[in-house]
Design a binder for this molecule. Structure first.
Ligand code: PGA
Length: 256
């Protein structure tokens, strides 16, 4: 049984003060849903305030990126040692970081290794563009991203890794992959590839989220799919009521 995980990716929204206020406001509404792992990923500067607000609660904190080196002359970057003690999860491979910051598959692999070595858990995002989808390249492309991300990662680390399948054309666009389609792609491009790399039994234990225009209205349909173990959510994670509804629906669908 894979513990469902719903993570809010706040992107470049909320000042530290707004983030702390939001964190306070979600504690009580999210408390009842113990069958779902609940994570919020604020911008770097808001992480200390959110971590302080959520300390001692079951709600976990994540970061939206990390540098693969522990320290060095990398202006504007934040490393694993800087995040230790503040966050449990770190999103890597997000399509916006791949696109706007030139994050490559090799960097994502190096970041995953650095995170795992530092006791933090990567949420590895993968997904195809609209052009790749239209050319029938979805499974090859996403499968390739998964292979590259897991290069040299030992089987015992799988319990500490989450994968988020996010078709790029569905992020922030209001255009969704159908739940059946998302389920099928996750099966063929992610879980089957993990099975090839680590064996079928190990692949079955890995949690895989769907992401891309997830909202309360479509959450139940995604969460009812057998291969989908949660959601990575942007826009709808920024409002207390919507984020609470997403977590509640995850718990409802997975019967936890
Ligand atoms: P969205 O973003 O829910 O706003 O589409 C998802 C993501 O980028 O993780």
């Amino acid at each position: 049984m894979r513990l469902p995980i719903v993570a809010g990716n706040w992107k470049m929204y909320k000042t530290p003060a707004e983030a702390a206020e939001f964190a306070q406001a979600i504690i009580a509404p999210l408390l009842p849903f113990e069958g779902v792992e609940r994570v919020v990923c604020p911008p770097f500067v808001a992480i200390p305030a959110v971590a302080a607000a959520l300390r001692g609660t079951p709600i976990k904190v994540g970061a939206q990126n990390v540098h693969q080196e522990p320290h060095g002359a990398y202006t504007g970057s934040v490393s694993v040692p800087m995040l230790q003690g503040l966050v449990e999860y770190v999103i890597i491979g997000h399509s916006e970081v791949r696109q706007y910051q030139g994050e490559t598959d090799a960097m994502i692999n190096a970041k995953a290794k650095a995170l795992l070595a530092g006791g933090l858990k990567p949420i590895i995002a993968v997904g195809e563009s609209l052009a790749q989808r239209e050319e029938g390249q979805t499974v090859a492309h996403v499968g390739g991203q998964v292979r590259a991300a897991f290069e040299g990662i030992p089987p015992e680390s799988l319990a500490n890794v989450v994968i988020a399948y996010e078709p790029i054309w569905a992020i922030g666009t209001g255009r969704n992959a159908s739940p059946e389609d998302a389920n099928q792609t996750i099966k063929e491009a992610v879980r089957d590839v993990l099975a090839e790399l680590y064996g079928a039994a190990a692949a079955e234990t890995v949690r895989i989220q769907y992401g891309g225009s997830v909202k309360p209205e479509n959450m139940l349909a995604y969460m009812s799919m057998p291969e989908i173990d949660g959601a990575l959510v942007g826009g709808a994670s920024l409002k207390v009521n919507d984020f609470t509804a997403l977590v509640r629906l995850a718990q409802e669908a997975k019967g936890a």
